[in-house]
Design a protein around this ligand. Structure first.
Ligand SMILES: [Zn+2]
Ligand SMILES: [Zn+2]
Length: 484
């Protein structure tokens, strides 16, 4: 065969193969058509709308057009499309029905007739006087609504069987704005949610993040993520938006879950109360780690453990010295550990809950606030010494809690006259005369990992690189996040 014939044969083969595939209808799928409603938003729609278009099109499942005049829409204009993506709001105007009756009827009729609509972030802030919009938008901005400071937060999949979330694990967002106390219009299904930490201006409760609702024969989705381009470029948003749009359009999701969905950040609650500390310096201890920290100052020594029904934290960090803990709270505390929640105990928290013997078993030590007789043995009151310069020696440099931490010297407080459980695996020691030898140890309590670090009066240690590393690695280890 000459070259020309070879070429013709190859072309014929290729045409044959592609038409065979098209007939089977498996590999050639016509893209869905999305229309993004834009042109006004209290957010930077000039950058977020092109980003939404890009995210949809780069999924491979969509072509996307943009209208900057939603008020000009009518039924005929929407006819070619499968799904509407709403990125429009007149906020702070919450009423006024700025689209007008023709566009309203077209949009509602489009979805009611069996197609779909996805509203992104602020798009549901408005149209409170348009009854259908409360259903289309699902979660609207109300008088109590607000948002946290921008941060990286965790999306928790609530319904792992929904087509939008199926195959996605819980994940961390890009830096985004976490909406709270939106007015959710039932019936609706919250398929993903986020714990909104008070420490970043949130509510201390779970907030809906991806919500679905039926509307006539069609489907609506509200995606609360997506404050700006940085937020929309997160792997999670880039997965959730097209999956939501595909489900809204068709009731199914064919898009594969991303392989690189980021793991969640560790959510830790830091318990204080019952002992003073340097309030300004102490939070620096947790800075720089991929951690979300909620500070929980206890007014009644242990109210954190009163209701654990919707417990959001991976790790409890105790830096408190309150003594009161009721039977109910004791049971809840143990239940959390039984569920595998990690426990890190810092400094004076070894002397918390002194009248609860099980607490001392949990942490593997007892600091005696008074002369104590226990199991036939008498223990004199434990002692402490302030402003001691003492050297710390790393006993187990390969352990995930101490890895990369050098022997170091601190200016802090020492404790003496304590007792220790023989099962503690001691990681850090000191030879200073005013101190007990064990400074940091790990142990297990049922399925829970426990790490106790006796140093930590502060404020000097709170910014000490080695101490910070020790504490942050202890949090990661008790959360089972640094196994390597
Ligand atoms: Zn925003
Ligand atoms: Zn102290």
């Amino acid at each position: 065969m000459n070259e020309r014939i070879v070429w013709l044969v190859l072309v014929a083969l290729c045409v044959g193969v592609s038409s065979a595939l098209a007939e089977e209808g498996e590999t050639v799928v016509a893209p869905l058509k999305a229309l993004i409603l834009s042109g006004r938003n209290n957010h930077d729609w000039q950058t977020t709308t092109p980003c939404l278009k890009r995210v949809l099109e780069e999924s491979g499942r969509f072509t996307a057009d943009v209208t900057e005049e939603p008020a000009s829409l009518d039924a005929a204009a929407l006819e070619p499309y499968d799904v509407l993506i709403d990125n429009w709001t007149a906020f702070p105007e919450m009423t006024g029905r700025q689209w007008g009756s023709t566009a309203e009827a077209a949009v509602a009729g489009f979805v009611r007739g069996g197609k779909g609509m996805v509203s992104v972030h602020a798009a549901t802030a408005g149209f409170l006087d348009w009854p259908d919009f409360l259903k289309l938008g699902i979660c609207t901005w109300g008088e109590q609504s607000g948002h946290s400071a921008r941060h990286v937060f965790n999306i928790e999949i609530v319904d792992a069987e929904h087509p939008i979330t199926k195959g996605l694990h819980d994940f961390a967002t890009a830096r985004d704005e976490l909406y709270h106390r939106l007015d959710l219009h039932p019936p609706a299904d919250v398929i993903a949610r986020t714990y909104s930490a008070k420490s970043v201006g949130g509510t201390g409760r779970y907030e809906p993040m991806v919500v679905t609702k039926a509307f006539g024969d069609g489907r609506c989705v509200y995606v609360a993520m997506g404050h700006d381009v940085e937020a929309m470029e997160g792997v999670g948003f880039r997965a959730v938006l097209p999956r939501s749009a595909e489900w809204a359009a068709t009731g199914q999701v064919t898009l594969a879950p991303p392989a690189d969905l980021p793991p969640t950040r560790i959510q830790a609650v830091v318990v204080t109360g019952g002992h003073g500390f340097d309030q300004e310096a102490f939070p620096k201890l947790f800075e720089g780690a991929p951690l979300n920290v909620e500070f929980a100052q206890q007014e009644d020594d242990s109210e954190l453990f009163e209701d654990i029904a919707d417990w959001p934290h991976d790790v409890i960090v105790l830096y408190n010295m309150g003594q009161r803990i009721s039977e109910t709270r004791r049971a809840h505390f143990r239940e959390l550990l039984d569920n595998g929640v990690g426990l890190v105990v810092l400094h004076h928290a070894v002397a918390a809950y002194n009248k609860w013997p099980e607490y001392q078993k949990i942490i593997g030590t007892a600091y005696y606030l008074e002369d104590t007789t226990l199991d036939g043995a008498t223990h004199p009151k434990s002692t402490y010494a302030h402003d001691v310069d003492f050297a710390l020696h790393i006993e187990e440099p390969e352990h995930p809690v101490t890895r990369g931490v050098e022997d170091f010297t601190v200016h802090d407080e020492t404790y003496n006259g304590m007792t220790y459980d023989a099962a503690n695996k001691v990681l850090v020691t000191t030879d200073h005369a005013t101190s007990e030898r064990p400074i940091a140890w790990v142990r297990n309590y049922g399925p829970a990992r426990v790490c106790v670090i006796q140093v930590g009066h502060g404020p000097h240690v709170f910014t000490d690189a080695n101490y910070k590393k020790l504490v942050q690695q202890a949090i990661a280890w008790t959360a089972r996040r640094n196994e390597k």
